[in-house]
Design a protein around this ligand. Structure first.
Ligand code: HEM
Ligand code: HEM
Length: 201
């Protein structure tokens, strides 16, 4: 196996926009003073997620949902293999990571919609409660996601966080994707900026 390009640029950029905005949203959630920045970060997340859903159908090989959305039994079998001597290796996302991805994308929308409604002062306190509860569930899934990244990196002796920066992972030469997709990345930036503007109005 050698280092090959697995994650295209829009997938990587979207990931770090999502991760960065999530941190900003968490740090600013409690404060009235930072509410605009909070809504801005949440809006960027929504746009990145919507872009990512489209990219899950139109993107390069390993960005596609068809590549990494697997049943619960595949996820369990992967997790079990981590305990043995020969953990299953996937060039793209592993099936347990696939579950975390679907949950994180869904939770972003489940959190942001009541957040936006509360921001517009539509609905009552219950929407704020739902927003807070969803954000807390999301934090738990993010922490599990981070634990998964650490465990996966150790099991496969491969720095997965760095791979999400460079796009390069271990695989066979013929499994590499072809391009970085600069046009899609530009579209993603425009979407994120629009989402941030729209949600913070
Ligand atoms: C510093 C914190 C973080 C690190 C180091 C990190 C690292 C990673 C890595 C290494 C992957 C690829 C996993 C694999 O190899 O299969 C990944 C995927 C992913 N992470 Fe994170 N992550 C972080 C924070 C977050 C946060 C806060 C979110 C969501 C709010 C998030 C959402 C996702 C999603 C949706 C994917 C799938 C990427 C895609 O295919 O589009 N991550 N992350
Ligand atoms: C998906 C990303 C988001 C996360 C992780 C998040 C997280 C949080 C957290 C942790 C709080 C503090 C709750 C509390 O302790 O009272 C909060 C409050 C709030 N958020 Fe968000 N939020 C997100 C998106 C949004 C968006 C997009 C908007 C509006 C456009 C928004 C509007 C609000 C408002 C108005 C509050 C105050 C509600 C209250 O007084 O309890 N949030 N958010």
């Amino acid at each position: 196996m050698e280092r090959i390009l697995v994650w295209d640029f829009p997938t990587r950029l979207g990931h770090w926009l999502l991760a960065g905005s999530f941190v900003v949203a968490w740090l600013t959630g409690d404060s009235e003073e930072w509410r605009l920045v909070h809504a801005f970060a949440g809006g960027a997340m929504v746009a990145v997620v919507l872009f990512r859903v489209a990219w899950g159908f139109a993107g390069t090989t390993y960005a596609r949902f068809g590549q990494f959305v697997r049943g619960l039994s595949s996820a369990l079998s992967y997790l079990k293999s981590l305990l043995g001597h020969a953990p299953q290796h996937f060039t793209g996302h592993n099936p347990a990571g696939g579950w975390a991805i679907v949950l994180l994308l869904s939770l972003t929308l489940i959190t942001a919609v009541p957040g936006w409604l509360a921001y517009q002062e539509i609905g009552g306190e219950w929407l704020e409660e739902i927003h807070e509860a969803a954000a807390t569930v999301m934090l738990v899934v993010v922490l599990i996601h981070l634990a998964g990244v650490v465990v996966g990196s150790l099991a496969h002796r491969e720095n997965l966080a760095r791979a999400m920066v460079t796009g390069l992972k271990l695989g066979e030469a013929n499994e590499a994707i072809a391009g970085v997709k600069p046009l899609a990345a530009t579209t993603l930036i425009a979407c994120a900026a629009f989402g941030a503007w729209l949600f913070s109005r």
